[in-house]
Design a protein around this ligand. Structure first.
Ligand code: KG4
Ligand code: ZN
Length: 349
């Protein structure tokens, strides 16, 4: 079965063709970072316009590079949420049109389910069915959550953030450090030469009784707004000196350490609560070198396989959306004309 995946939930226009079982035939991502950068964040209206412009090109390229043609496509999979409503609509409309033209099933995929399965896109990854149940850490610009994955569409949310996502914390910190948007990768690069013990920033514990966490164990939950505020106060008291690259690297490394340590502590605690066969990690922040290393250390200590997403599938992409469909974990849409987007920021499990 050949699935064409389409992803437009935020600021990446992506299309990919996958051949079962999880073989990536093509994978195209058009990033809008250059358009949003000057505004310091994603501008929804701009994102929609950019998707509309990029989609025909990205789709044609995905088919051209797949080694097949349109007639080889057996199903179309599309992200219906969560994300920006207008941005999601561009992908869903394209998928509806392709369904009508090609006469193939349309499969609606939850974006977060894509991140859950992205580690299995590695060419040397085990088959997902041999790894259930696993614990998944999704860390991106929009989401930070811990999910117990018992099987396709059998997910239990164990932890989430009560305020900023980990990627937002990186981006807001990078902004305060004058590194531009998005800045996670810049903090990562600077931190390699910095002293992570230079400043101790807070690790953001979540207080019990928070309405946002519902029945969740708050020790599995995250809070990143405090670390950003702590950095702001620190910089007010210790302004960065022009040309002082040592100071910048030390502060960046300390800031990164606070975020990574907060993530790893919650993962460690959660692993004490559930019995799983592996830890899987995906999302843009999982590109972070320090996070990858710290999770590696944790998994070695626990004797647990670590399934890291290959770098090219960490950020938003359509291969992970097609993967969900191939694994039978999407939702085949019965009445395609009625397919709607669901931009809700709630985790849809
Ligand atoms: O998964 P993604 O492309 O978008 C969302 O679905 O939100 O993730 C983007 C996020 C941004 O916040 C970016 O700063 C962060 O991932 N990021 C990193 C690194 N590379 C990207 N954060 C820390 N270290 C990195 N190397
Ligand atoms: Zn994402």
């Amino acid at each position: 079965m050949r699935v064409l995946g389409i992803e437009t939930s935020c600021d990446e226009t992506a299309a990919a063709v996958l051949e079962a079982p999880l073989q990536v035939c093509s994978h195209v991502v058009a990033s809008q970072i250059a358009s949003h950068g000057p505004y310091g964040g994603v501008v929804p209206e701009l994102a929609c316009r950019e998707h509309v412009k990029a989609l025909p090109v990205v789709l044609a390229q995905a088919i051209a590079e797949s080694g097949g043609n349109w007639s080889a496509i057996d199903a179309v999979a599309v992200t219906y949420g969560p994300g920006l409503a207008g941005a999601l609509l561009t992908g869903v409309s394209a998928a509806q049109a392709l369904h009508a033209c090609l006469g193939v099933p349309l499969i609606a995929v939850n974006h977060l389910h894509g991140h859950l399965y992205s580690p299995f896109l590695a060419s040397n990854a085990p088959a997902p069915e041999t790894m259930y149940p696993f614990l998944s850490l999704i860390v991106s610009g929009g989401h930070t959550c811990l999910v117990y994955v018992a099987g396709p569409r059998a997910y239990r949310l164990l932890g989430t953030t009560v305020d900023d996502a980990a990627g937002e914390a990186f981006d807001k910190g990078a902004n305060l450090l004058g590194l531009g948007y998005p800045g996670g990768h810049r903090i990562d690069a600077l931190a390699k030469d910095g002293d992570a013990t230079f400043v101790r920033f807070p690790r953001g514990t979540v207080k019990a009784g928070s309405q946002l966490t519902g029945d969740l164990d708050v020790r599995c939950c995250f809070s990143f707004s405090g670390v950003k505020t702590a950095l702001r106060y620190y910089l007010a008291d210790h302004p960065l000196m022009a040309g002082e690259s040592r100071q910048l690297a030390d502060v960046a490394a300390s800031y990164q350490e606070a975020i990574v340590d907060a993530l790893v502590r919650r993962v460690a605690y959660t692993l004490d609560q559930v019995k799983v066969k592996a830890l899987a990690v995906g999302g843009g922040v999982s590109l972070n070198g320090r996070l990858r290393m710290a999770l590696q250390d944790l998994c070695v200590q626990r004797g647990l396989p670590l399934l890291l997403t290959p770098p090219r599938f960490c950020g938003d992409n359509a291969a992970m959306i097609a993967a969900v469909a191939e694994l039978g974990a999407g939702r085949e849409v019965a009445d395609v004309s009625q397919l709607d987007v669901d931009p809700s920021p709630e985790v849809l499990f």
